[in-house]
Design a protein around this ligand. Structure first.
Ligand code: CA
Length: 344
């Protein structure tokens, strides 16, 4: 997208200052004012990597603490057991009512083998039998967004953009007279996107973009609001998870790590924290964990390789490591192993 168009379309630096304040002030009031907790739509591939399971578990613990409200859990994998495993984790954390949306019709193109999905779906309580029983993700996005206050929703993707691209292209329906782009512009505060290697990506290992490249390029270049990227260079340098061994065997996140790590013939369960990092960013903001880059945008090609470009009116930023990685890893691992609150 040309810079001249960006200038017309996106808010400037003052909006970024406001975002910074909102992201950082909100958690401080979470315990006293639950209405200020961060409303999140969590969008995961839940397929090849166990860190999606840990990310969803951490999000539930932050919800237990009053820091987040989980509006919906979306899936971008077309593997039939992806939705059921999301359901199993929601159920373990006593939120079986959280709606689940999956790719339907002609979107959601990626599926693969998984080290843990079939076993976790078979072994742990949940209601959803297959992706086929879940909601259409685009329709669910539209339903959820239309019912929220303006500029109140954080969209968090820790997988592909297979739902966001068709959401952007969606047309008015029974939930909203707005098209998808207008609905996002009105209701979404920020999109937190786990993906990319910053500031330069050669598209060799950035699977969140490259497994559905057309959707990734479309969503990133057409998003009508702010995007903050949690790049791979952050979470792929922090490894935790071994303490999940000490959690109860009825914990589906524990089982996902066990199966994934054993297939890799690893003696320990420490694993990268790409997706858990993005959850922490989406709920707590940067705090003293990270710095924010200058405003700008990723100059992305069709194969999803990109170069970061600073620009004062760009709608995008990425996080830069600030806190010691071992210390941040402990924060993440603590959230992974705290048992669920029981909700009646
Ligand atoms: Ca993921």
């Amino acid at each position: 997208m040309a810079i001249s168009n960006r200038r017309k379309k996106y808010p400037g630096v003052y909006a970024w200052i406001l975002l910074f304040l909102v992201l950082n002030i909100c958690p401080a009031f979470a315990s006293e004012r639950k209405s200020t907790c961060v409303k999140i739509i969590f969008d995961t591939d839940m397929l090849t990597d166990c860190d999606d399971a840990a990310a969803l578990g951490i999000l539930h613990k932050l919800a237990d603490a009053g820091e987040a409200e989980i509006l919906a859990t979306m899936v971008t994998s077309s593997y039939p057991m992806s939705g059921p495993v999301v359901d199993a984790i929601n159920t373990y954390y006593s939120r079986p009512e959280v709606p689940i949306g999956v790719p339907k019709k002609d979107y959601g193109v990626y599926r693969d083998n998984s080290s843990f999905l079939d076993s976790v779906a078979a072994e742990f309580p949940h209601r959803l039998k297959s992706n086929t029983e879940a909601y259409d993700a685009v329709a669910l996005y539209r339903k959820i967004l239309s019912g929220q206050e303006d500029s109140s929703v954080v969209v968090l993707t820790v997988g592909y953009m297979s739902n966001l691209a068709p959401l952007l292209k969606s047309t008015p329906d029974r939930y909203s007279a707005l098209n998808g782009t207008e609905l996002i512009r009105k209701k979404v505060k920020v999109w937190i996107c786990m993906g990319g290697n910053f500031p330069v990506d050669d598209a060799s290992d950035n699977v969140n973009f490259t497994r559905d490249p057309e959707s990734a390029v479309y969503a990133i270049t057409h998003w009508p609001g702010k995007i903050v990227f949690a790049g791979r260079e952050i979470g792929h340098t922090i490894f935790v998870g071994d303490r999940l061994k000490d959690t109860p065997v009825d914990n589906p996140v524990r089982r996902a790590y066990q199966l994934h790590r054993e297939r890799a013939k690893a003696k320990h369960w420490n694993h990268h924290t790409a997706d858990p990092t993005a959850v922490l960013l989406a709920v707590r903001g940067i705090l003293n964990y990270w710095n924010l880059s200058e405003c700008g945008y990723i100059d992305i090609k069709n194969n999803c390789s990109f170069v970061w470009k600073d620009h004062p009116e760009g709608n995008q930023r990425y996080i830069i490591q600030k806190m010691d990685r071992e210390q941040l890893g402990l924060i993440l691992e603590d959230l992974m192993v705290i048992p669920p609150d029981k909700h009646e």
